[in-house]
Write a protein that binds this ligand. Structure first.
Ligand code: MSP
Length: 737
């Protein structure tokens, strides 16, 4: 559904959109870049439609999580936040993102305005003092219902018990108003899954919300009661109005742009945006935002890309190898907005070569080169339309409206599919009319007329495609615009060129600029180069942090300036980098890659057994037979060990050594066959947290597929398995490193 737009005081349409503000406990990765790129594409299109657009992004810098990360890095919270916030901003600039304002929650303008909001809520009777004893998840900065030890519903980490005198916000007073508001504004929350989830949360009853903390100090003080700091989500959500000058003398932007047209957020923070935020605003007498649009997660290595999973990819790497347009195109084309989507270097390169290098790039190059070759670079009068030109023109006209509807509905993937159908049709039109080939029975004059018509028509289609794709491929579109003799596309965008975009705009006599390469084909090594860059990056972070275990605590928490300079990659002899074969004699208790379910005969996983065996009197059998070969940290990093929970455990008929398990990794469920039936009662395993090798190739056993392998110590004399586990509670999916 297209967004409603208001007029500003000058009578122009205006549009306000925001990204979430990013926590500064982790360096930016592709997941963060995703939301910001989506907003950038929307903002570019709105501006090119002549809409007065304001695009806000920034960083979320207060709270206990940041305070702890800074401590870990040996920095003050402010130094720490400044370094990481600088990285976000530098990355957005490197990617050419056109945000209008970047707010940091540690800026004075924000602090003053948040205090004003807090005081307003208190003055209007919606904030009172009370005491809170309960559970709190520091990672998500979330209050959680339940007894001590309750895991956080969002991340699974064990909550901490806090007992404090707090200020409370009367959230309970908004249950009905919120439900009425959702009912009256069906487009407020999208996608539908988010809407359903939020409505059922509110219907379940709302309790008053603690909005201050006293047990730490890294936050904005409560006005008039400075031993309290304001709850970090109240502080953070307010950025959307504080950046516009809410509550200050300089509030023209607030008057002009509020309410926001789109808060673009990740799906896991919809409760904060769809429940708390509109309630705070209603309580303060401010209109709620018009819409909250949740994007899905970018997945990598089967899990949500995130610092805590250790599976991040940096946008810098893709930018360095394929350019930022390639990244933008991939994210918007590959992932239907609102759904989770996989990122992989292979898929990225495939899309790049298929759609950009061989598709759009090749089409532009063919047409621009032929206009130069046959007509000295000058567009000719097309003459009359034949059926082929009529068909292409009508397709382009249909594309103009379909693309607009799909894009403005944030359905980027379909919008690009629609546009690429026109790329393919234009390509097919060229091939069918073959202006480069003169049949013997065609006169010279007829042939020149055909060349003029076909090239002018194809070039016009390219002009339309380029104008539409500009918000997605701004760099490439700028190059093509120049080649088509249209000047600077950024100037055209300022002059609202999308409002006048219609077939027939490419005038005969237009002189094309020289052809220039757009998307050079990515060679076979592009994937390897990107993988190597990511490995090199994580290695340098690990080295700088003082070894693999120190790195666990500091990885991505330490801002770049604090790190030592990167070491140059050392070239290693081939033998050293070969993957280390699993010790042949090592036992294992699951059987994805095994030839038999018998523990003693199954391979792999047992390199961990000697360490895992609790003070065995004698060395475990595999310790005597294990290969003495030393592996590198890179070899080890190839094994993906993760925490999983057993949901189902049952015997398999006629297989007395095998159990069939269904395990939950937090982000997905899997079936694993394990050769432990002689040692474990299936019912005793249910609910137990175990460690699995998550990236083992699947294998079929007795007609069933096994996807992973359990980790266990192997005890002498017969190799009885003891499953690996943890004393502390650990979230599902957590990676062991
Ligand atoms: N600081 C809060 C937001 C406050 S907004 C008032 C926060 N920060 S965050 O850094 O953890 O996440 C910021 C955004 O990045 C969220 O929308 C989150 O969904 C998004 N992403 C982080 N990792 C992501 C993926 N792997 N995939 C897609 N988006 C992801 O939450």
């Amino acid at each position: 559904m297209a967004q409603a737009q208001d007029k500003n005081s000058q009578g122009t349409e205006r549009f306000y959109l925001t990204t979430p503000i990013y926590y500064v406990n982790a360096r930016p990765h592709l997941g963060h870049a995703y939301s910001t790129i989506v907003c950038d594409a929307i903002a570019r299109r709105k501006r090119a439609l002549g809409i007065d657009t304001w695009f806000l992004t920034g960083t979320d810098e207060h709270g206990q999580k940041i305070e702890r990360s800074a401590k870990l890095a040996g920095r003050t919270p402010h130094e720490f936040a400044t370094a990481i916030s600088g990285e976000f901003r530098a990355l957005w600039d490197q990617l050419g993102l056109t945000y209008d304002d970047f707010i940091r929650t540690t800026e004075d303008r924000h602090k003053r305005s948040v205090q004003h909001l807090f005081a307003t809520l208190r003055d209007r009777g919606y904030i009172y003092k009370g005491s809170y004893t309960g559970q709190y998840c520091v990672f998500d900065e979330l209050y959680v219902d339940g007894p001590p030890g309750t895991p956080c519903p969002d991340c699974g980490r064990i909550t901490e018990t806090v007992s404090e005198e707090n200020y409370f916000f009367k959230l309970s007073a908004f249950e009905h108003r919120l439900l009425e508001f959702y009912e009256a504004n069906p487009a407020f929350m999208q996608p539908e899954s988010t809407r359903r989830e939020v409505i059922s949360f509110v219907r379940g009853g709302l309790k008053d919300l603690s909005v201050s903390r006293t047990s730490f100090s890294w936050g904005i003080p409560v006005p008039g009661d400075e031993k309290h700091v304001i709850y970090v989500w109240l502080d953070a959500l307010a950025n959307y109005i504080t950046a516009l000058g809410y509550g200050t003398e300089n509030d023209e932007k607030f008057k002009k742009y509020w309410p926001a047209d789109i808060h673009l957020i990740g799906k896991e923070i919809s409760r904060f945006h769809c429940v708390y935020w509109p309630a705070f605003l209603m309580a303060a007498g401010i209109e709620p935002p018009r819409s909250v649009r949740a994007n899905g997660w970018l997945l990598f290595d089967q899990g949500k890309m995130s610092k805590s999973r250790g599976n991040i990819v940096r946008a810098e790497t893709v930018h360095a190898v394929l350019g930022s347009d390639a990244l933008r195109y991939f994210l918007l084309r590959e992932i239907p907005f609102g759904q989770d989507g996989n990122f992989s270097f292979d898929a990225l390169v495939q899309r790049y070569n298929g759609d950009l290098a061989n598709g759009y790039g090749n089409l532009v190059s063919r047409v621009v080169n032929m206009v130069h070759k046959y007509f000295g670079g000058v567009v000719q009068e097309p003459g009359g339309e034949s059926a082929a030109e009529t068909a292409l023109r009508q397709s382009a006209q249909r594309t103009l409206s379909e693309f607009a509807t799909q894009f403005d509905d944030l359905n980027f993937s379909d919008a690009l599919k629609t546009l690429w159908a026109l790329v393919a049709e234009t390509d097919g039109y060229l091939t069918a009319n073959a202006p480069w080939k003169k049949p013997a029975d065609r006169s010279d004059a007829d042939h020149v007329a055909l060349q003029a018509r076909v090239l002018a028509t194809a070039a016009e289609a390219i002009r339309i495609i380029t104008a539409l794709v500009y918000p997605v491929l701004p760099d490439a579109a700028a190059k093509v615009w120049r080649q088509l003799g249209q000047g600077e596309i950024a100037d055209a965008a300022k002059a609202s060129f999308l409002t006048q975009l219609a077939w027939g705009g490419l005038k005969p006599g237009t002189r094309f600029a020289d052809p220039a390469p757009l998307f050079p084909r990515a060679e076979k090594d592009a994937v390897e180069r990107m993988v190597a860059m990511e490995e090199e990056n994580s290695k340098s972070v690990i080295e700088a942090a003082g070894g693999p275990f120190a790195a666990q605590a500091q990885l991505a928490a330490a801002p770049a300036p604090i790190q030592e300079p990167k070491k140059k990659a050392e070239k290693k002899p081939m033998e050293e980098t070969k993957p280390t074969p699993a010790p042949e004699a090592a036992p294992a208790y699951s059987v994805p890659a095994a030839t038999s379910a018998t523990p003693a005969a199954a391979p792999a996983a047992a390199t961990t057994a000697p360490q895992a065996a609790p003070s065995s009197p004698a060395p475990a059998p595999e310790a005597q037979t294990a290969s003495p070969q030393v592996i590198t940290i890179d070899d080890f990093a190839k094994v993906e060990l993760r925490v999983a929970q057993v949901l189902v455990a049952e015997r398999i008929p006629k297989a007395d050594k095998l159990l069939r398990l269904e395990v939950d990794l937090g982000y997905e469920k899997r079936q694993i066959l394990a050769g432990i039936a002689q040692y474990y009662e299936p019912e005793k395993l249910i609910g137990r947290k175990i460690v699995i090798v998550a990236n083992l190739a699947p294998r079929k056993m007795r007609g069933l597929e096994s996807n992973g392998m359990l980790l266990a110590a192997s005890l002498p004399p017969d190799g009885a398995p003891v499953l690996a586990g943890f004393l502390e509670d650990v979230p599902l999916g957590a990676r062991l490193k």
